[in-house]
Structure formats: C-alpha cells, structure tokens
Ligand binder design. Structure first.
Ligand code: NDP
Length: 449
C-alpha cells in the first residue's frame, strides 16, 4: 500500500463502525489524492489525518421531564471539528437516528463547505437523539433548556456558534438561545437562525434553499440553459425544501414532486404559490404528514414510503433536500433514463457512493452539497457579523450578499477545474479540492495543532 493510501485506511481503522464518516472522508480523499501526491508537505505534516480527527468531541447526558412528569434521558453532542478558519460553526440536529458517525460526517463536510464560503468560519456539528416529533411546545422547551444547560460552557460568539439542521428550526433556536442568554447574562450572537426581532438575520430561513437554486442556475448557465420550464423534484418538505421550491417557482420552473418521512407526492400540475403556502402550514404549523396535501389537491397523489420513491418521477432536475443517502445508484439510473440533466444537493451527502459514481459515469451535471447548500451557513456567518456590529442589514443587501457568495463558490469551482485539469463541470472534485486547499493552508500556517 502506498504512503497516500495508508492515510485513508488508517483513518478508517481508527474509527470503526462509522460508515457515514468513512463515506464522507473517502469521497474527499479520492478528490484530493493527486494534491497529496504532488505536495509532500501535506503528507509529512499529516494534514488530512488532522482534518479527519475532531479537535474536540463533547457527549453529555440530557435529562428532561415530559408533560406527564416522566423523566427522559437523551444524549447530547457537539463535535468541534476544525477551528483553522474561524470559530466552530455548524448546525444542531435533533433526530432519533443521530449518532457519532453521522455527526462526524456532517462536521467533516462542514469544514470544507465553510471554507468555500470565503468567510472566517471553522466547523462543528451537534445535536441529540431527541425526537421533537409529537412533543408539546413545553416539552421541546424543557429539552432545549436541558441541552443548553450543559452545552453552554463550550459555546460562545468567538468559540462555537451552533445553528439549526434537521429537527431544529426557529422555535428550538429560540429556546436554546434564551437559555444561553439566561446562563451567561449576556446577549451575544452565540447561535444563528434567531428570529428577525431578536438578533436574527433577514433571509437566514430562506438562505440554504435559495442559495441552492442560485447555484443550480449558475451551473445550467454553463450549458446555456435556465431553470425556466424545467420539471423539478425536491425531496423533503422542511426548511431547505420549502425555500428551494419557492425560488424554483420564482424562476418559473415546475415542481412536480416532494416528500417527507412518510412518503412522497406526485403533483402532475405542479406546486403553485397557493399550494406551497398550504404545504408550509401543514409542515411548519400542524407538523403533519404531506398526505394531507393530496387530500386537498386532486392533481396530487400520495405514495407511502415503500417500493417506489420520489426519484421514480420523470424530471429534468432533481434536488435532494431531505437527508443523507436518500438517493442510490438505481435511483440515478432511473432518473437518467427519464431524461434528467442536473442533480443539485440541498441535503448533506444525499447520494450514496455508488450513486455518485453513476452520476460521474453519466452526463448528468452534479452540484455537491458542500458547494450547493453553503448559502445557509454563509448567511449565518453574516448574522454573526451583524450581531457583532449591533446592526440589522436589509433584505436587498442580504439577497445581494447571498448571490455574491454562491457566485463566488461557483467561480472558485470553475477556477479549480481549470487549474487542476479536471474534466468539464466536475464540481465534485473541484469543491473538495478548493475547500481542502483553503483549510490545509490555514492549518499549516498555524503550526502542528
Ligand atoms: P428539516 O427538519 O426542516 O426538514 C427535513 C425534511 O426531510 C422533512 O421533510 C423530513 O420529513 C425529511 N426527512 C428527514 N429524514 C428523512 C428520511 N429518513 N426519509 C425521508 N425524509 C426524511 O431539515 P432541513 O430542511 O433543515 O435539512 C434538510 C437537509 O439539508 C439535511 O441534510 C441538512 O443537513 C441539510 N442542510 C440544512 C441546512 C439548513 O440551513 N437548514 C444547511 C445545509 C444543509 P418529516 O417532516 O416527515 O420528518
């Protein structure tokens, strides 16, 4: 085994039983293999090994009392992955399946994504195996208070700034922030995704979904295409999906499919503004299954999670925006057969490794999440700036900033493709190489930490 290949196998051996983490590390490693081969210093200084080892992993007990006075014991986490570029920054996920493998894959990906934004942001990720579904507001509040009661000692505006992710929206951020403020007796920008009345940035809720669609437009422009009249699929129906759909509607595309954990909807006539408002109410306020959408609108059919999935609907563009490994090789083959031209990732690592290989083999354009879904963390970075300045910036300014950052990431990918002689439109390897090089340079400059 060569010295380079040994790097990856040693990381895998050191982290047994963490398949998602192995998957994320292997993907980046494959991209940067030639960079390691031509830069001996990266190997000698063990830069990649250092990137794959979190600076700190915090795991803690979270006890809370439900409305029936019963005590529950959950596990809380914060993985502080890399602070070479700035304070640790990344979301919190509340989901019963959350474990160390998923957290470390998310934190690892975040390292490169945050570097691509060009903002001074390190990387982290955290959360809990707590399931917020079917919990009362009071239960969610007590859980968030208990989580922060322990986590606060590791958080702060110059140290580690969490945000939302699956299961953590503005409501949860409010309870977490309120607890932090109470403990510290200080109103500081220690969390992003806050409400616009209490320190949050305008456009933060929209940023990931909008940024994704901006990025997709920049890619399509490379082949003289636009999103207008394109038939689109957007998996999930949470924060990222809703705002991706909203921007697609603005760009005159037709969204014919979306999903949630109970199944998927095929709406042959497409989602319009009225239907999208209904969907938002259904998911954000009532917190119910998307099945209710098909009951309301006759053009839509609901399919329960089972043999088929959303990717069986013919479309031009697919935006996986739900969760990791939600699209496999067979899905990509079917989408290709049905005429797909673009996959852009709103979710983190939504394609399995064989699915990515299939995309690379085919002519389908592919935007990896590290680049395409960076809009959320970018606007979070600007929320931090506004908090430090004690100012709110206007919607116009935020929209301009978001477009500028997504455009900058796209340009950086094109520049990296050219510089490294990658094949045309190879955004996957470009994003990995560009993110890696930025973080590697910052780490080398700061010594052997
Ligand atoms: P939300 O919790 O708002 O929404 C998640 C959506 O995905 C829900 O519709 C949920 O269904 C669905 N979902 C979750 N797990 C599954 C599953 N196993 N199978 C099918 N559907 C599932 O989360 P976000 O929209 O914030 O996050 C979605 C993805 O985007 C995640 O991968 C996240 O890491 C990534 N991301 C989010 C960013 C952000 O700013 N929020 C930034 C960058 C990336 P149900 O309602 O039934 O639970």
């Amino acid at each position: 085994m060569s010295q380079i290949d040994y790097v990856l196998s040693a990381i895998k051996e050191k982290n047994p039983g963490q398949p998602e983490f192995h998957q994320a590390v292997s993907e980046v490693f494959d991209s940067i293999h030639p960079i390691l081969a031509s830069n001996k210093r990266y190997l000698d200084e063990k830069v990649f090994e250092r990137m794959a080892e979190p600076e700190r992993v915090i795991s803690f007990r979270v006890c809370w009392t439900d409305d029936n006075n019963e005590i529950h014991v959950n596990r809380g986490y914060r993985v502080q992955m890399n602070s070479a570029m700035g304070p640790y920054k990344g979301g919190l996920r509340f989901h019963p399946t959350l474990n160390m493998s998923i957290l470390k894959f998310l934190a690892f990906e975040q390292t490169f994504k945050n570097a691509l934004t060009g903002l001074p942001l390190g990387a982290g990720k955290g959360g809990s195996d707590f399931d917020p579904k079917h919990k009362s507001d009071r239960e969610i509040m007590r859980f968030c208070q208990a989580w922060m009661m322990e986590a606060h000692r590791h958080i702060g505006h110059f140290t580690d700034i969490p945000a939302g992710d699956i299961g953590v929206g503005e409501k949860e951020i409010g309870y977490l922030f309120g607890t932090f403020k109470k403990i510290k007796n200080e109103f500081q920008g220690s969390i992003t995704g806050k409400g616009p009345l209490w320190g949050g940035s305008i456009l933060r809720p929209e940023a990931t979904g909008y940024g994704l669609i901006h990025f997709a437009s920049y890619i399509l422009a490379e082949i003289n295409e636009t999103l207008e009249n394109k038939v689109c699929l957007v998996s999930g129906s949470g924060n990222v999906s809703q705002f991706a759909m909203e921007k697609l509607l603005e760009d005159k595309a037709t969204v014919v499919g979306f999903s949630d954990s109970t199944g998927y909807i095929h709406d042959e006539e497409g989602v319009d503004w009225h239907k999208l408002a209904f969907l938002k109410e259904l998911k954000n306020v009532k917190r119910e299954s998307i099945e209710g959408y098909a009951e309301k609108f006759p053009s839509a059919t609901f399919y329960k999670t089972g043999e088929t999935n959303i990717w069986s609907i013919p479309a031009d563009c697919a935006f996986p925006c739900a969760t990791q490994n939600e699209m496999d090789e067979k899905d990509v083959k079917l989408l290709e057969k049905n005429g797909l031209i673009l996959i852009a990732e709103g979710a983190n690592m939504p394609l399995t490794d064989p699915a990515i290989k299939e995309v690379q083999r085919s002519g389908v354009m592919y935007a990896p999440g590290k680049a395409a879904n960076a809009g959320g963390v970018a606007i979070s970075g600007l929320e931090m700036t506004q908090n430090r300045l004690g100012r709110y910036w206007s919607r116009e300014r935020m929209e301009k900033e978001l477009k500028l950052i997504m455009h900058g990431i796209h340009e950086k990918c094109l520049e990296t493709i050219k510089k490294n002689d990658l094949i045309a439109h190879d955004y996957l390897n470009a994003a990995n190489i560009a993110g890696f090089e930025r973080v590697a340079k910052a780490m080398l400059a700061q010594g052997s930490w």
